[in-house]
Design a protein around this ligand. Structure first.
Ligand code: ITT
Length: 195
């Protein structure tokens, strides 16, 4: 099945290709000649994932899905949440975002560093909307570790692997427990059943 993943994030695209497997031919907006980024003006993950999916669907008319992901840190009242990509600066600067996260948590000594990644996937299939969600629970590390993954992975320790950050896991292991893995496997199950 051919489907477009409405994302400009190469890490997400790589993970989705592995999670969805052989039954799906994944295309990116760039493959369709669409290179400009849509503005994520929503106040929630679901709003932003709809904005991204709508943008690509309006331009191609093809089945597509988008993923909006946030990191929710309990000691920070759920921040950065929907603002995770632009936490420190307007550009998607992973390093600056992690620096800001660690600095903000230093202001909360002694508080639990519990957090979760939450992904909301909007699928537009035959013009209709379907939603899938996945979360990954864990804690924020005191410092970066590991070189795999992307984004906040070097400072996120998942409950399933308490000795490792996600950036110390290989892609397959990350996908088997991750927010995106859960949401996209649910989407794939739905497509296999109803498409
Ligand atoms: P698209 O909107 O083009 O899909 P994006 O990187 O802007 O890509 P989001 O709006 O969902 O994606 O932003 C979420 C932020 O959280 C962004 O900084 C990501 O790098 C980060 N993030 C998303 N998924 C992640 C993951 O699996 N591990 C670590 N960080 C992640």
């Amino acid at each position: 099945m051919k489907i477009i993943f409405a994302t400009g994030n190469k890490g997400k695209l790589r993970e989705a290709a592995e999670i969805l497997g052989d039954g799906f031919t994944l295309m990116s907006p760039a493959d369709m000649g669409i290179t400009e980024d849509v503005e994520e003006t929503g106040e929630t993950l679901i709003e932003n994932s709809v904005i991204k999916a709508d943008y690509i669907h309006a331009r191609t008319g093809l089945d597509c899905f988008a993923d909006d992901t946030g990191l929710e840190v309990d000691a920070l009242g759920g921040a950065p949440g929907v603002h995770s990509a632009r936490y420190a600066t307007e550009g998607h600067d992973f390093e600056a975002n992690i620096d800001k996260l660690l600095a903000e948590l230093e202001k909360h000594p002694g508080e639990p560093r519990t957090a979760r990644f939450r992904s909301v996937v909007t699928l537009i299939f035959k013009g209709e909307y379907h939603f899938f969600e996945g979360t990954l629970e864990g804690v924020i590390a005191m410092a970066r570790r590991g070189g795999n993954g992307f984004g906040y992975d070097p400072v996120f320790i998942p409950d399933e692997y308490p000795d490792n950050t996600v950036a110390e896991l290989d892609d397959e292991t990350k996908n088997s427990i991750s927010h995106r893995g859960k949401a996209l496997r649910a989407m794939a199950d739905w497509l296999r059943e109803y498409a």
